[in-house]
Design a protein around this ligand. Structure first.
Ligand code: NMX
Ligand code: MLT
Length: 440
């Protein structure tokens, strides 16, 4: 086994012993109550999953293995001459549970470079789709075409011992993460750059290489990609993409099937597609107003119009967070450092001043503050990446780091098939009338 895989196995063995003892002693303790409203309203606030890689605090935002985003920016190793963390380091942290050294990060980068070959049939499968296909559809199709390479599926078909599930899942996860930048860049160049492709550069880091293959070699864009791939990687286990990956994996779907399912979840406009929706919404507002610099009053009017037409204001609100998303703040800091005078970035900041009081005044929105998607597109547009339908693919490449690290943990900890109980409204009515129960 490789050094990273050995370390993962040691950590997983320790965790298994610890969790067994914990459940033996405390397994029957109650952790909360569930109201009827919660089961009709998206299971908000019901603790029902264990995800080791990160934890979300409603006020403070995400912590990856205990570290906030500013702490990651300070503590994780950087590329030579760079100041943003290398996402390979965050992957190591999520997988192993300890901060990596620069040598550990190089080891991850080396593994990902060595495993990055994408077989030709994957490109041919993507090529079979019409050019008008949404990039997220191409991405999912590409991932599923790659499923032919699954070690887990092949080994399971031959007869795989339960104790070895984690090992094949680990190999699949590494392979898949290594190959995603090539698939994403292929989709980008095929759809938007005349199908003219750029070879990978074996000397670059994982996200630097993605930027390079897409055709962006500005060092400050490489820095943006490193930050982008770090902050989008994980958001604990209950979000749609993480939860879906975990759910499909719980039926022993391999990493390709599980991640592709998660990516279909990310492609929804209330989840990852919101990053394209934000820029589309701002471009439409600028078009309608005929101005690149709408005033706060004009923005407020446009927001009211959006709400009056029964649409959400994209990039605002969150199912768990109750404050400005620290991922928004990290991107705002990047904007202040690299492009403080960019009119689109300034518009994003003006929207930040304008939208929260309006949403707050409606009285029903639990979080009027911006989430990660409110800012990301404007930074990409600054570097010329204006094709906003592609943005969710970038989110997806990053999200692989968190959900696949988690999938490795799911298999290593022997997590069970996920199968919650559902009920009918008739059963609810019977229960209210005093007949029967809603639980077993
Ligand atoms: N604009 C307009 N209305 C909103 C917004 C918003 N940004 N956010 C919430 N609401 C509405 C929501 O639709 C619901 O209305 P109704 O009762 O009529 O159905 C009401 O406010 C209460 O919703 P909440 O409980 O505050 O939010 P919930 O947890 O249901 O939904 C989101 C969370 C993220 C789905 C919601 O805030 C939203 O639709 N935001 C815009 C889309 C977005 O930015 N999504 C990206 C999330 C981050 N990500 O990357 O995944
Ligand atoms: C995410 O990054 O997954 C989103 O913020 C959505 C969520 O956490 O529910």
């Amino acid at each position: 086994m490789g050094i990273i895989k050995d370390r993962f196995k040691t950590k997983a063995d320790e965790a298994n012993v610890e969790i067994k003892a914990l459940l033996k002693e405390h397994g029957s303790k109650k952790i909360g109550e569930v109201t009827l409203a919660q089961i009709y309203q998206g299971m908000r606030g019901i603790t029902g999953l264990v995800t080791e890689t990160s934890l979300l605090d409603a006020q403070e935002g995400i912590r990856f293995r205990g570290y906030t985003i500013p702490e990651l920016q300070e503590k994780l190793p950087k590329a030579d001459g760079g100041s943003e963390p290398l996402p390979e380091g965050l992957f190591y942290l999520m997988l192993i549970g300890e901060l990596p050294t620069a040598t550990d990060v190089s080891a991850v980068t080396d593994i990902l470079q060595r495993r990055s070959h994408v077989p030709n049939h994957v490109f041919a499968t993507i090529d079979a789709l019409p050019l008008s296909t949404h990039p997220m559809t191409m991405f999912v199709v590409g991932i599923m075409a790659l499923q032919t390479e699954s070690c887990f599926a092949k080994q399971y078909a031959k007869g795989l011992n339960k104790k070895d599930y984690w090992s094949a899942t680990f190999d699949d996860s590494m392979d898949l993460i290594a190959r995603l930048p090539r698939i994403a860049a292929y989709i980008y160049r095929r759809k938007y750059k005349n199908n003219e492709h750029i070879h990978p550069d074996g000397l670059l880091d994982w996200s630097g290489n993605l930027a390079h293959m897409m055709g962006y070699d500005d060092q400050s864009f490489h820095e943006l990609m490193r930050l982008y791939m770090t902050i989008h990687a994980d958001h604990e286990g209950g979000n749609v993409s993480a939860h879906t990956t975990h759910l499909v994996g719980s039926a022993l779907g391999d990493a390709y099937q599980s991640f592709a399912a998660g990516m279909n979840g990310l492609a929804g406009p209330l989840h990852g597609l919101a990053n394209q929706e934000v820029i589309k919404w701002i471009f439409e507002m600028r078009n309608e107003l005929g101005s690149e610099n709408p005033s706060n009053e004009q923005i407020a009017e446009y927001v009211q119009k959006t709400l009056a037409s029964g649409k959400v204001v994209p990039g605002y609100g969150h199912a768990v967070l109750r404050k400005t998303d620290p991922r928004f703040t990290a991107q705002m800091e990047f904007g202040k450092k690299h492009m403080p005078d960019d009119p689109l970035v300034q518009t994003v900041w003006n929207i930040y001043e304008t939208v929260p009081p309006i949403l707050q005044s409606l009285g029903k929105i639990k979080n009027p503050w911006p989430n990660v998607d409110a800012h990301s597109g404007a930074l990409l547009v600054h570097y010329g990446l204006v094709e906003y339908e592609f943005y969710t693919v970038l989110f997806g490449v990053s999200r692989a780091l968190g959900v696949l690290a988690s999938l490795c943990w799911d298999r290593a900890l022997g997590f069970a098939l996920e199968r919650p109980k559902s009920v009918t409204t008739q059963l609810v009515k019977d229960w209210i009338a005093g007949n029967g129960e809603l639980w077993e």
